[in-house]
Design a binder for this molecule. Structure first.
Ligand code: UD1
Ligand code: CA
Length: 466
């Protein structure tokens, strides 16, 4: 766990993330915090922000699909960076925090509570929030927002002196309280020992028969403790996601933000920004042109002046400079060097690698293969587990027959080879440099350098000149 607490006035603090709920309003078999936003589960967004704050510990309360939620957290932060607390039964946000009592009650620190379903909150905002809490000496500070439509949120009820009085949940609020626009964001700072003392007093005496964390500030106030309110101006940043409609809105918002940044800061052209789908983790170089319906996912990196034509998807891949991806290609976990061309309708996957100026044309699949500098494979071909040298030409309809029913076998094609149309290369097999296979050859044995083979299976016909 990061020990650096300098960012928050040298006060140590712990983070508790609530992520045990199912998220009924998602109408899903998948726990809400596992639904993806910008290609990553909601919980991963919250964890990344939490880690950026440099807390003493990060604790995550898990319950529904606990294993998958743990895996998502570990994938984002690295194993062992967060500690998990199991909430056996989901009896409300108060019960979720109570489950963390043994882990945090003696921490004698500030606890920052975050919700697994509030993914857009920025580290800078939380930093300012914690700082304010620590400076105020309050037992509890609630991060609030004003919403045009406060429906479904807990309303912040203030007393005559305009100080905090209580939180009224949507389902329990009276008509007057429902008019209140200031709502609870579900983000709080608590003094840990006071939190866990007060939380033992909460009762599920509400319309949902749940233990509400939102009762705790009221209890503290009743005990004469100071409860502060901290109003955040950017409401969207701390809004929660409760439905698929909200998830889609957030996706749209993030996407627009990413694409705007790429246009204004990175110098990327989008033919139609509203129909382009770019991960915020992707890097795209200057003068790239992105056509409509292109998806660039994961931590993909594109160099300068690449052009990605309509309908192509690039996932966790690296492209050099001036790479031209034609229409409707799928490129996953692969790397493409400068001045290559791919597609239309090509599929690169599992560490496919193209060296400079290589060309892969229509209906060509390249799996776990390396294609050398200037080599071309233009039409209707499968290259699997193959290592291909430089300036070689692979004829239309060529297949590396790499699978014998048990094992995947390698094919080696050396430099300056011409593989004739419809050649079957029955792996393991090697075609020596400068050799030629005639159209329709079935190559079952290694071909020496500078040799022409033909037939089924292919036989040596003659030695070629160097
Ligand atoms: C909660 C607040 C509400 C606030 C809103 C802001 C309560 C009672 N209400 O309502 O005042 O305006 O957040 O977004 O707290 N969770 C658990 N275990 C449980 C129940 C929930 O871990 O037993 C987790 C959920 O996974 C979720 C978070 O707590 O990440 C919030 O729960 P949710 O049911 O979404 O609360 P809201 O109804 O949105
Ligand atoms: Ca919520």
């Amino acid at each position: 766990m990061p020990q650096d607490s300098s960012k928050t006035n040298n006060s140590s603090f712990d983070i508790l993330i609530l992520a045990a709920g199912l998220g009924t309003r998602m109408k899903s078999g998948l726990a809400k915090v596992l639904h993806k936003l910008d290609g990553r589960p909601l919980i991963a967004h919250v964890c990344r922000t939490a880690a950026a704050l440099g807390p003493r510990t990060i604790h995550v309360v898990v319950g529904h699909q606990a294993e998958q939620v743990r895996a998502a957290v570990d994938q984002e932060l690295g194993p062992g960076k967060a500690a998990f607390i199991h909430q056996a039964e989901q009896r409300g946000t108060g019960d979720a925090v109570l489950a963390a009592r043994d882990a945090l009650a003696d921490a004698n620190s500030t606890v920052l509570i975050l919700s697994g379903d509030v993914p857009l909150v920025r580290a800078e905002s939380l930093q300012a929030f914690i700082k304010e809490h620590v400076a105020s000496k309050a037992s509890c500070t609630i991060l609030t927002i004003r919403l045009e439509n406060p429906t479904d949120y807990g309303r912040i009820v203030r007393d005559d002196a305009d100080s905090f009085l209580k939180i009224a949940e949507q389902k329990d609020a009276n008509d007057e309280e429902r008019q209140i626009r200031e709502v609870n964001s579900g983000i709080y700072c608590f003094d840990s020992s006071k939190l866990f003392r007060a939380i033992q007093q909460i009762q599920p005496t509400n319309s949902q028969h749940e233990y509400y964390l939102t009762d705790v500030p009221g209890i503290l106030k009743g005990d004469g403790e100071q409860v502060s309110l901290y109003q955040q101006s950017d409401a969207r940043e701390v809004s929660g996601i409760n439905t698929r409609a909200e998830l889609a809105e957030f996706e749209n918002l993030l996407r627009r933000r990413t694409i705007r940044g790429l246009m204004l800061d990175a110098g990327v052209t989008f033919i139609d920004p509203s129909h382009s789908y770019i991960s915020s983790d992707a890097k795209i170089g200057r003068d790239c042109i992105i056509h409509p319906d292109v998806h660039i996912e994961g931590e993909s990196v594109l160099g300068e002046a690449c052009e990605i034509q309509q309908g192509s998807r690039v996932v966790s891949s690296r492209l050099g400079n001036r790479v031209n991806i034609k229409d409707h290609c799928l490129i996953i976990d692969s790397s493409i060097a400068d001045d290559c061309a791919v597609g239309p309708f090509a599929h690169l996957r599992m560490n496919a690698e193209m060296e400079e100026r290589a060309v892969v044309g229509n209906f060509v699949e390249v799996k776990k293969s390396k294609i050398g500098r200037g080599t071309k494979s233009m039409h209707l071909t499968y290259l699997g587990d193959a290592t291909i040298g430089e300036n070689t030409n692979i004829g239309a309809g060529t297949v590396t027959c790499n699978y014998d029913g048990k094992n995947k076998n390698p094919t080696f094609i050396e430099d300056n080879v011409r593989i004739g149309s419809d050649t079957m290369l029955v792996a393991p097999v090697r075609v020596g440099k400068g050799s030629v296979t005639a159209a329709g050859s079935v190559v079952t044995e290694d071909v020496p350098p500078n040799t022409l083979v033909a037939g089924v299976p292919a036989k040596v016909k003659k030695k070629l000149d160097d």
